[in-house]
Ligand binder design. Structure first.
Ligand SMILES: [Zn+2]
Length: 288
């Protein structure tokens, strides 16, 4: 019903008027916000009252999670076509405040009665269902509007909520391609154990042109006593384009004789994987 009335608004009004009608509805006291209002707003490619717009976004982020998800989805759209970078940057500190508040508040299961608090992974210990928590979408919004530092991205890479840690790892991969100068910083941090092996794995996932300048340093880590890094390296080895066949074979053979049992079995799996269909092998062994 609501979408239908939006269609009427878009058909008969200028975009800026349509946006105003929707925003006025959104700011009516005692009227709830709906995700469809943001869907409606996303169809208006012109916003007149930017101040009102910014206030709506900030306020809606403290609403119910389905509204928050709708706002974040909206913020992931090409809003910079009609909202200036300055305005977007201006609301980001508020968005981040809301993100932190979501991260810190105790969250309850929506199905269980009486309410049960979700565990640190975002799942109910009683009925084992999760909630559609907006963490990952928050993260994607910050990444899109460049409102994260390398350290911040790193700090969420091991978060117990898997949606968020996955978003952070994807984010790190995108970030290093956007700011390739930071690859060196990451490599140094891995070497001195400030960053963990997960960052090494992200570096190994980068397209080869980004990694090539750091080949020697990467091999140095792959030959160090950092067992976790060695395991990630072996797992990716068959797919690395920047390492030649003889180097790869020599490494695998050496690691098959490693003192650590986990490393030995990963190396053997990689050795066998090279002989069998690599894609099937990837499916079975490389699944995370
Ligand atoms: Zn439950």
């Amino acid at each position: 019903m609501m979408m239908q009335s939006f269609m009427i608004i878009y058909t008969y009004k200028e975009p800026v008027e349509a946006a105003q009608i929707i925003m006025d509805r959104m700011t009516m006291p005692d009227k709830p916000l709906y995700s469809s209002l943001f869907e409606g707003l996303s169809m208006c490619k012109e916003i007149g009252n930017i101040e009102q717009w910014a206030d709506i976004i900030k306020k809606a982020l403290s609403d119910e999670e389905y509204v928050v998800n709708a706002v974040l989805k909206y913020l992931k759209m090409n809003i910079n076509e009609y909202v200036s970078d300055e305005v977007i940057k201006g609301i980001m500190p508020d968005v981040k405040r809301q993100f932190r508040s979501w991260l810190n508040k105790p969250l309850m299961c929506n199905s269980c009665k009486p309410p049960v608090q979700l565990d640190e992974r975002g799942f109910c210990p009683k009925c084992h269902t999760g909630r559609s928590l907006p963490f990952a979408v928050f993260f994607d919004v910050f990444l899109l509007w460049d409102h994260l530092s390398l350290e911040e991205i790193y700090s969420y890479m091991e978060h117990p909520v898997s949606e968020l840690s996955k978003a952070a790892r994807r984010g790190m991969l995108a970030y290093l391609q956007k700011y390739p100068d930071l690859i060196q910083e990451c490599i140094d941090a891995i070497k001195n154990n400030t960053y963990n092996a997960r960052v090494f794995d992200v570096i190994l996932k980068l397209p080869h042109q980004y990694v090539l300048p750091y080949k020697q340093e990467i091999l140095e880590i792959a030959n160090s006593d950092n067992h976790r890094c060695i395991i990630y390296f072996i797992r990716r080895l068959n797919r690395l384009e920047w390492i030649d066949e003889s180097e790869r074979k020599e490494y695998i053979t050496r690691m098959i004789g490693h003192e650590d049992q986990d490393i030995r079995s990963e190396a053997m799996a990689a050795h066998l994987g090279e002989k069998t269909d690599r894609h099937i092998f990837d499916e079975v062994f490389y699944r995370e």
